[in-house]
Design a binder for this molecule. Sequence first.
Ligand SMILES: Nc1ncnc2c1ncn2[C@@H]1O[C@H](COP(=O)(O)OP(=O)(O)OP(=O)(O)O)[C@@H](O)[C@H]1O
Length: 341
Amino acid sequence: MAMLGETAAIPHAAAPRTPGAVCYRVAGLTKTYRTGRRSARTEVVANDAVDLEIGRGEIFGLLGPNGAGKSTLVRQLTGLLRPDAGSVELLGHDLVRRPEAASRLVAYLGQDSGALDELTVALAIETTARLRAVEPAAARAAREAVVAELGLGDLAERPLKKLSGGQRRLACVATALVGDRPVLVLDEPTTGMDPVARRAVWAAIDRRRAEYGTTVLLVTHNVIEAETVLDRVAVLDEGRVIACDTPGGLKATVGDEVRLDLVWRSDPPMTEPAVAILARDAVRTGRRWTTRMDPGTARELLAAVTSGPAFDVLDDFTLSTPSLEDVYLALGGRHEGLVKG
Ligand SMILES: Nc1ncnc2c1ncn2[C@@H]1O[C@H](COP(=O)(O)OP(=O)(O)OP(=O)(O)O)[C@@H](O)[C@H]1O
């Protein structure tokens, strides 16, 4: 039985943070999209008076369901989208008045890779380094280093457009990492990647913060993995920040309940008292039953279903402490979870 699925273990280095030094200061940030003509005009408030402060050298996560306003927020924090109201200060620069300041300070990885698709992986990385004013010899050295760090050696001479989705994403992460920008803004960096690639990305992010004090703003749906590298997390819902704290601080808000997941091979015996209790309380998704309860009860029920006749039809089980996904649901999120379906 696989207890942790394919989740990759992530090293976590100590942060050489500058206490009190601010990287981003965001206040009252508001953005409304207006589409359609006058008679059929629709408005979507994508960001609604967002306040945030991100410290230098912090790895800061933005979590929230699809459409919560995460990409809209990071595009304003990288000077690519102008807010309707509010302020964004990046390392002392006013990004609303001078958005171009971001282009010297931030390496931004958006959700698309379009512009680089014609280049080989090696050329895309080296060209990006040169565009960031790295000298030719240093750009080649940086290319070699990041190719080795992310395990891209076999793909280096292939054009991005001929790679798989996960391989292309990994190459794009490599382009974000060259040039030693003090701020990395990464919008779902590990989308489509296999566990080995994801692990390499989380390690590379953590290493930059540890060695260079890089500030990292991370949008991700991969909450279980991401929470091991994140210092603090803001949870966004319908354009608003509904919580902001350390992963531990957020998880403390859901108390000490644990989550018990059971996956049945076929119908479990309802005559078993433990199965009957679980059947009453569980949220069912196909053959999976999920329940939350105090640790003592969870241990008793798990012991019962893993020893009696229920065990014959039990395919898999997981007992876990609250995750950031549980925090989101406890905060009143309207959606099934943070993980993209
Ligand atoms: N260019 C646009 N024009 C109109 N509406 C938009 C535009 N871009 C985003 N939206 C809307 O704004 C809201 C926030 O979108 P945004 O892409 O910021 O969410 P997100 O949290 O990044 O979502 P996802 O997790 O799916 O990437 C959504 O309702 C979306 O439909």
